[in-house]
Design a binder for this molecule. Structure first.
Ligand SMILES: NC(=O)c1ccc[n+]([C@@H]2O[C@H](COP(=O)([O-])OP(=O)(O)OC[C@H]3O[C@@H](n4cnc5c(N)ncnc54)[C@H](OP(=O)(O)O)[C@@H]3O)[C@@H](O)[C@H]2O)c1
Length: 328
């Protein structure tokens, strides 16, 4: 495992982290025993950074992480959570400092701690990034010691660029993978300039970039890959990274030729992300210890060659760019 720091927060993080959405909900059933085994496997494999949210299983994911921290007291585990999506309706006017603090209070209870390491606004509506009073309220929560650091989880590059104008915003979480390459243009350069911690989510395009899916693959009714395939429940960019499933499968077929013997496509997809120095940590989700074991090995893979990077760029240009580049 490689380690680094999360931008100017200076929190130490493993470059391969863990995304704890699937162990909360929305990805079919994951038993509590499987979830805990997966989390322990991640720690055993050197993962020290975990991403969650107050809405993942309505707090289940946070509570499982609290249990992990209790069961592994000797490991310096950092947990990033997110707030905002408990608002109903989920509208910009709900993003007040007071509402965010009430969500933070609930996350403090769920996570069994007195201070949260990192709180991220959970993909708020775009107008929220123009509300300076909200960010002042977050600064105030840092001052009072409820949260150590805060950042944003964004849908779009433009939201990220606006958010990092606030000096208190120390991290940005964004979708970045072989099928979603636009953050590597302007945003990564600006993030490096300001020493922003960059957390990369949906690195496997919801599992598509593991190469295990076919046109016949189906998902359970409670899996967002069934119920959000066209953005019915939330931003479609969170499901298969926003690319049409059939086109994604066609891109994956071409990627197969780039997977070196003895390695997996998931490792290729994650190693590609780690080629970008702006990335502080990448947080693949996982539902069992075998997936975690596969994913963490990406940190040990040799760097991709220029020829391999160019081939991946070409696959992006032909399959994904026309669908995604102008959208996020
Ligand atoms: N709005 C937001 O802020 C937001 C949105 C999305 C995600 N996130 C965060 O980002 C994290 C990662 O994104 P994600 O979970 O959506 O997508 P992802 O990491 O691209 O895909 C994760 C899924 O792929 C499958 N998988 C993972 N590793 C595998 C392997 N080695 N081999 C085969 N299958 C594998 C698993 O599902 P199956 O086994 O069921 O296929 C797993 O749940 C989330 O957990 C969450 O913490 C945040």
């Amino acid at each position: 495992m490689e380690y680094g720091t999360l931008g100017k927060t200076e929190l130490p993080v493993s470059r391969i982290g863990f995304g704890a959405w699937a162990i909360g909900a929305d990805w079919g059933q994951v038993t509590e025993a499987d979830a805990m085994a997966t989390l322990h496997a991640a720690v055993d494999d050197g993962v020290t950074f975990f991403d969650t949210a107050d809405v993942y299983g309505d707090g289940r994911s946070e509570r499982l992480l609290a249990q992990l921290c209790r069961e592994r007291p000797s490991v310096d585990i950092k947990v990033a959570t997110k707030v905002g999506r408990r608002l109903s309706p989920h509208v910009a006017s709900g993003y007040t400092a007071k509402n965010m603090e009430s969500f933070v209070d609930r996350s403090l209870l769920n996570l069994g701690t007195e201070t949260l390491d990192l709180v991220q606004l959970h993909c708020p509506p775009t107008d929220v990034y123009y509300d300076a009073a909200l960010f002042a309220g977050l600064d105030d929560m840092v001052q009072r010691g409820k949260i150590r650091h805060y950042g944003v989880s964004v849908e779009r590059v433009e939201e990220a660029l606006k958010a990092i104008e606030y000096p208190g915003v120390e991290t940005v979480q964004i979708v970045f993978n072989i099928l979603r390459q636009r953050p590597a243009e302007l945003f990564f350069r600006e993030a490096v300039k300001r020493d922003i911690g960059v957390i990369v989510r949906v690195p496997l395009a919801s599992g598509l970039l593991t190469g295990k899916m076919t046109a016949a693959t189906t998902f359970s009714a409670d899996d967002h890959r069934t119920y959000n395939r066209h953005g019915e429940a939330f931003d479609v960019g969170e499901t298969f990274a926003g690319i049409d499933f059939a086109t994604g499968l066609a891109a994956v077929e071409e990627l197969r030729a780039l997977v070196r013997p003895g390695t997996t496509m998931a490792q290729l997809a994650l190693r590609w992300i780690l080629m970008f120095d702006a990335v502080s940590t990448v947080i693949p989700g996982g539902k069992n210890p075998a997936q975690v074991a596969d994913n963490v090995l990406a940190a040990d893979l040799r760097a991709l060659k220029a020829k391999e990077m160019a081939a991946i760029g070409d696959i992006y240009d032909r399959f994904a760019r026309p669908q995604v580049h102008h959208r996020w």
